[in-house]
Design a protein. Structure first.
Length: 56
């Protein structure tokens, strides 16, 4: 399949909460309640990415 980049984005739901926890292909992590905000953060790579901690 053409167009593959090999980038993997992962979003997990934290059970019992409305929080989503995302991990970018670069290893940066971010948490958000809004799924649109989560994907905006992931797709804005590398802006806002910080490998050392969790965003809000």
């Amino acid at each position: 399949m053409s167009g593959r980049t090999g980038e993997v984005y992962r979003v997990d739901w934290l059970p019992g909460t409305d929080v989503l926890h995302g991990t970018c292909h670069c290893g940066a992590e971010h948490s958000a309640e809004d799924p649109v905000a989560m994907w905006d953060w992931m797709l804005a790579h590398p802006q806002g990415h910080d490998r050392g901690g969790h965003g809000s």
